[in-house]
Design a protein around this ligand. Structure first.
Ligand code: GUN
Length: 311
């Protein structure tokens, strides 16, 4: 059996196409939606993520306002930048790319973002809205995953879902969103006893750990739906051969580039044992961007409605 590869790129395009008329309507009534993107320092992976986010803004007609302070910026200086964006009525949404350099108090920065401009849904006010299942911007990666599962009509109600990883960005909000879809949810983490046995209980398995191919054959039950959130870079030819020996195209690309991406799940095991799975790359990654655009448009619409209400 080979599981169905869930196509994140197609869902991304569908979502962006649905957003396009809403962006045009905002542009016609007032101005295009505007997203402030704050990237601190020079982490190469963050640069790639942010570049893709800015490109998506450009494609959709969203104005992106890019701020790229040097890694040495202080927490206070960064707070000032955020507060300026909070006050600026031309800015609808603010994103601060994570991780921030170690000397910056990330929690304080997230707390400073106006919850009504919180493009990522990371502000504790909006995390509370998620817990209470009230409308508010939601964390983009888990929101994109739920959107994809719904669009593929993969049933969630009553299903046993196991989320591996308890980050604020993916694991915790993912568990809450699946709970709101009436799944029976377990969260596993580095202290979980017998992770393979816990994972084998899953009908929906979300791997968000950040460790290449940590989830192997022994973690998967036949027919499981696997959502692989991992984006890990492999450079060791022996490891690439072990994990992608079945995939000549991937090996050829690795030969050429000297590097390749892998998720948190063994790719061959995932294909062979699952009923459906998200490939890496091309699965979850594009959904994060689509939901960031959706949050930005929604926030811009809310701002326009509240300004119109003021008149
Ligand atoms: N770092 C990894 N994922 C994300 C995300 O979705 N948003 C932000 N701001 N930073 C991230």
């Amino acid at each position: 059996m080979s599981g169905l590869a869930l196509d994140g790129k197609k869902i991304n395009q569908d979502i962006l196409n649905e957003l396009r008329p809403r962006v045009e309507a905002l542009q016609a009534k007032a101005r295009p939606p505007a997203l402030a993107v704050v990237l601190v320092g020079d982490d190469p992976a963050s640069h790639i993520y942010v570049r893709n986010k800015i490109k998506a803004c450009q494609d959709l007609g969203i104005r992106s306002i890019d701020a790229a302070p040097a890694a040495g910026i202080s927490t206070d200086e960064l707070l000032r930048l955020i507060r300026d964006f909070n006050r600026d009525r031309q800015v609808d949404a603010i994103l601060v790319q994570s991780p921030l350099p170690k000397h910056i108090d990330e929690k304080q920065i997230l707390l400073a973002i106006d919850p009504a401009k919180d493009a990522d849904g990371f502000h504790p006010f909006n995390v509370g809205n998620l817990v209470a299942n009230r409308p508010a911007p939601r964390a983009c990666t888990p929101a994109g995953i739920v959107e994809m599962l719904k669009r593929y009509r993969i049933p969630l109600a009553g299903k046993r879902a196991v989320v591996v990883g308890r980050s604020d960005i993916v694991g915790k909000p993912m568990a809450l969103m699946l709970l709101h879809e009436n799944s029976t949810v377990a969260i596993c983490h580095s202290k979980t006893h017998d992770l393979p046995a816990e994972c084998r209980r899953a009908e929906i398995l979300v791997a968000a750990i950040g460790k290449p191919a940590l989830i192997t054959r022994e973690h998967l039950s036949p027919g499981v739906v696997v959502i692989d959130v991992g984006m890990n870079r492999l450079n060791d030819p022996a490891v690439v051969l072990r994990l992608f020996g079945h995939d000549p195209r991937r090996l050829a690309a690795f030969e050429k580039n000297g590097t390749t991406l892998i998720g948190d799940v063994d790719p061959l095991a995932m294909q062979e044992i699952s009923s459906a799975y998200t490939p890496v790359p091309g699965g979850v990654g594009p959904l994060t961007i689509a939901m960031l655009m959706a949050n930005t448009v929604q926030l811009a619409e809310s701002h326009l409605a509240s300004v119109s209400g003021e008149c």
